[in-house]
Design a protein around this ligand. Structure first.
Ligand code: BES
Ligand code: ZN
Length: 371
């Protein structure tokens, strides 16, 4: 018997005989399956996309019911001087160093010890970049019941309307699709790139706030989700909890894969138009037009491909921006070959500008629902 066949057999037997706990996954608008963790992995390898809703049975029932409110977003972007001042400080060498460290963990698989250690490193890194804000910044670990890797929330509370929250999200975990528990998963692009994009935007925004004391009237949060690769588990925990507490998220911008450029002659970012809020996405397109040096192309994932879907599912307006149109994204993800030598840090810096443009324009915006 070949070694890999033996390995497959053992990894099939173990969950069936020692750990019969079944997960509930939603594979389409109408179909829900009960599967073991191993069957979940097999489905993922076959390219079946799903949400793991084991802990959120109500979410499935409310599939049609939950309406996402439509807020008015700025049509004129008037804060160019601030955005230019902040993005000047973007440092691609710092981003490279962060990503080199982040990808040096053997894997950031959410159930692994190294996935817990990478979260611990990330948390310390975030504390270092925001320490100058003192008690005007808060940092929370969100512990999840079934796995070790925690999610992290960094919060800058709004001065006038702190109940209105703007969220910048990215997932911190990585996964080797072949054997998640045993093979390495550097996850440089998926989603080390989105993680360092959020870190760098937070670093230069914190520096700006400290220098100018130009605090936003609305709350700004940076989220680093655990277990996205397990079926959006970390972000579902967070947004379900936010919804239960009746919190108001007025905009959520997820960045998942920001570093790969297939054709540098046609460099662009990809704006996702399915499973997202179209009114928020229209605003994001205006930010790109005004503040990025490259254009956008509208594109689709075709399924609930990242954590923005957890926000949408819980009734919050969400957008997703990725490195390019979907068909031209990095093909090495979920393998040992998702490494940083394949990435373009100037491109990642464009994604940093997107966060800065969005936070400066929305930070002081007076949110009103569209009638
Ligand atoms: N980063 C991917 C999503 C993605 C893929 C974005 C290609 C842009 C281009 C994400 O980490 C992922 O792997 N998502 C899963 C689905 C999720 C619900 C488990 C996927 O695409 O299979
Ligand atoms: Zn992935």
């Amino acid at each position: 018997m070949r070694l890999d066949t033996l390995f497959s057999l053992v990894s099939w037997l173990v969950p069936h005989f020692w750990n019969q706990e079944l997960r509930t996954i939603q594979v389409s608008q109408t179909e829900v399956l009960k599967v073991t963790d191993h069957e979940k992995l097999l489905l993922k390898r076959q390219g079946v996309n799903f949400l793991d809703i084991t802990s959120f049975p109500a979410l499935f029932k409310s599939e049609e019911g939950l309406e996402v409110p439509e807020y008015l977003y700025p049509t004129e972007l008037v804060n160019g001087h601030k955005v230019t001042e902040i993005v000047q400080k973007c440092d691609t060498n710092a981003m490279y160093d962060d990503l080199a460290f982040f990808t040096s963990f053997y894997t950031r698989y959410y159930k692994s010890l190294s996935g817990f250690e990478s979260a611990t490193w990330l948390s310390e890194k975030l504390r270092n970049v925001t320490i100058l804000l003192g008690d005007r910044v808060a940092q929370f670990h969100v512990d999840h019941h079934d796995w070790k890797q925690f999610s992290i929330i960094v919060q800058i509370k709004g001065t006038e309307t702190p109940e209105n929250v703007i969220v910048f999200g990215s997932h911190q975990d990585s996964m080797n699709l072949l054997f998640p528990s045993t093979l390495p998963a550097p996850g440089a692009d998926d989603n080390g790139s989105g993680t360092v994009t959020n870190i760098e935007a937070l670093r230069i925004y914190a520096q700006y706030l400290n220098e100018t004391q130009d605090w936003p009237r609305n709350t700004v949060e940076f989220h680093f989700y655990s277990a996205e690769e397990g079926g959006l588990l970390g972000s579902l925990d967070i947004f379900t909890h936010y919804a239960q507490e009746n919190r108001t998220v007025v905009a959520m911008l997820q960045q998942d894969m920001t570093g790969y450029v297939q054709n540098s002659k046609r460099e662009h970012v990809g704006v996702i138009t399915d499973f997202t809020s179209s009114i928020l996405t229209d605003f994001i397109k205006r930010v790109i037009d005004k503040y990025l040096d490259i254009p956008f192309i509208e594109t689709k994932c075709g399924y609930a491909c990242s954590d923005h879907s957890s926000a949408s599912k819980n009734g919050y307006p969400a957008a997703l921006v990725i490195e390019s149109e979907f068909s031209k994204t990095n093909k090495y993800i979920h393998t040992t070959m998702d490494t940083l030598d394949r990435l373009n840090f100037e491109h990642m810096a464009e994604h940093v500008k997107l966060i800065i443009g969005t936070t400066v324009e929305l930070g002081n915006w007076r949110f009103q629902k569209k009638r």
